[in-house]
Every structure is written in C-alpha cells, then in structure tokens.
Design a protein around this ligand. Sequence first.
Ligand code: ZN
Ligand code: FE
Length: 257
Amino acid sequence: MQVYRIPALSDNYIFLLHDPQTRQAAVVDPAQAAPVLQQLQALNAQLVAIFNTHHHSDHVGGNRTLLQHFPDATVYGGAEDRGRIPGQQVFLEEGDPVTFVDRTARVFFVPGHTRAHIAYYFPPTSPDDTGDLFCGDTLFAGGCGRLFEGTPAQMVDSLSKLRSLPDATRVWCAHEYTLNNLEFARTVDPDNTALAHRYQTVRDARGRSLPTVPSHLGEEKQTNPFLRWDDPHLQTAMETSDPIRTFSRLRGRKDRF
Ligand code: ZN
Ligand code: FE
C-alpha cells in the first residue's frame, strides 16, 4: 500500500492509499474532489473507498463529487456521525476492522475535536513496515485539534489510545499546522532539547515549502505537549498536578496563542 499526500484548500492534506497490483485506491478525508480525481487519473486507479475521520467540510467536501465519478465506492465514517457525512454507508465503532485490498485498519473512537471523530490505524505487515495512523484533526504534528464538541477528559482519553501505538507509527494528520504548533510548544516547554531540535528542522522545512507530515509517533511522544499531560515539567508549567487540568490549560493557552 502506497500513501500519496495531496495538498488541498489552504492547509489540508488528503491521503490517497494505492495498491499498485489491483490499481485500487482509497482516500482519507477528501476536502476536495478535483485533486483526488487528478491523482487517480495519473495512477490509472479506481476509487473503492472513502475513509472519513469526521464531518467537517474540509474533510468531507469532496465526497459527493467523488461518488459521482465512482458510484461503487464505499463511504466510511464514525457511527456517531450518522447524518453528517455525505454519502456515508458504513458506521464505524471502536475496534471495528476496515479492509482496503490486503490491508486491514483498526478503528479508534477518538471524540474531542468532534463528538464522533474516529481514527484509522493500519498496523505494520512486515518487520520493515512502520504502521500508519490516519488521525484527522485529533492528533497533529506538534499539537492536537481544538475541542469543538468534546471535553478535555474525552480528548485525553482519545489521545491516550493513539499514544499507546508503536513509536515508529507514521502519523498522517490532516493539516499542515506543525510550525505554529511547535512555536506554541516552545513557550510551555522551553527546556525540551528534542523539541528545540524539531522546531529547527520544521522551520527549515517550511522555509523551503516542504511538508512536515507524516511525523512519527515517537517524536510526538517526546515533543508534543498535548501527549504529555502526565509529564511533571508540563504539570509544573501549568501549575497543577492533575493530568486533565494540565491538558485543559495547555489547550486553553493554545486557543489564545
Ligand atoms: Zn475538523
Ligand atoms: Fe480540519
């Protein structure tokens, strides 16, 4: 399975999964149809599935048009998103398997950004494979999604599910927000040398208009403050020893950053 990263709108990424043998493709969170259709044409591939993480228009905006071109494609989304995702046919819950050609993803129910948000995790299939996590707007490189429909406690619970995956996991998040996220992270975690190093790398990449997605879960665990509610340094910085309050205060500060 090959993953293509397609930039869309101002800062979204759409991910196209492609199986070269069968020429079948699936798309994760098609913000728009046109760039997906273009990539499908370039690969001479047939779209068989749309995997949506949540109902926001910058994640489902291309569903209808893609279905017009590929009426047999199946549209997947969270069970709680019933009625909010155009063309949705499969209503997924925590632990459900989702198959694309010879790969099977596991679904995580990760409410917080929205009340229905899900993530798709493809475990590694061989020792040199990393595993792939498509997490929408829940976990970002260096950050996490805003809490539009969920509580800090829910988001911590959701993020702890993702945090439990292997370090090598590639994190395919839906927005290029990394530089801003790390600029914020430095303000709350100034002594973190791994973070300082990552910030330089990301600033350099963005200066050359290079993408910073995917990241790896291991570096997120080290440098992303929104995965470290139980880190004593961050708890001290947020003036609390309570993990949920630590997360909540971090999120509140980021909202005003
Ligand atoms: Zn969203
Ligand atoms: Fe989004």
